[in-house]
Design a protein. Sequence first.
Length: 341
Amino acid sequence: MAKPVSIEVWNPSGKYRVVSTKPMPGTRWINLLIQNDVRLEICTEKKTILSVEDIIALIGDKCDGVIGQLTEDWGEELFSALSKAGGKAFSNMAVGYNNVDVDAANKYGVAVGNTPGVLTETTAELAASLTLAAARRIVEADEFMRAGLYDGWLPHLFVGNLLKGQTVGVIGAGRIGSAYARMMVEGFKMNLIYYDLYQSTRLEKFVTAYAAFLKANGETPVTWKRAATMDEVLQEADIISLHPVLDKTTYHLVNKERLAKMKKEAILINCSRGPVIDEAALVEHLKHNPMFRVGLDVFEEEPYMKPGLAELKNAIVVPHIASASKVIIINPNPYIKKFRY
């Protein structure tokens, strides 16, 4: 049996009991729950990932709802425990919900929520940041400077890829994929090729309108193309950014065979879910193709990386921080009291 976990309680006399498995940034979410007469209990355990047993201990005998994280396995056992405690809602702090067994939630009458929309721009911005860092070899250059190796400017020092005029490929043109595509097309005058099961009419109209603007101002217009297959994107694009959902059809979507179809100096970006890429195959591809680069925010077996990845200079790796941005909230409520247990 799991030992009791440490919690922080807000609004202890609230009518409804909601548990958050992690502290989350800001106080707006806390304010909203308190305004709706919720007693909020936030787990303050130091461990990064809670076990199923830990979460069951948090749920206890009476719990109306849980706010959980993408690192947790919300399946039969947890939804059963939440239902027995009277719970009717589970909110996943993530755009994706591959960690949630929706059938199990339906079985036990628990509504599932996620966070589409709110993470669109921040995730797209990080994908763009990784693209720039990889294209211009920023991390390598930073390490070079810090090591005291810079003796003066040289024509061949850390030559990178100019983005203007190149082709950016987007696999999965939903909210985030489309936002990333717009940033790269308008920000760096890149051509676009994308693959999605559905036509992204709004994205196509945006690129068409921007192309007309460039032409009207005497510049070379950008182009767009909806690919018939994903392999077409991999073969034609200079930059490929992955934005699909993770399910059984997209597991190891990028594998050894598909990596081999990409250009030798291509850049691959992943801010979606780690298992979309066969990470072991990626490590081998990076070793044998030093001009090929990747920018990764997610990993196949988080929090771990496949052996060899961390040592590769042509890989930029960051710890799942696409959502780690802040906004300014106007007029927060300064009168809420909290109690620490």
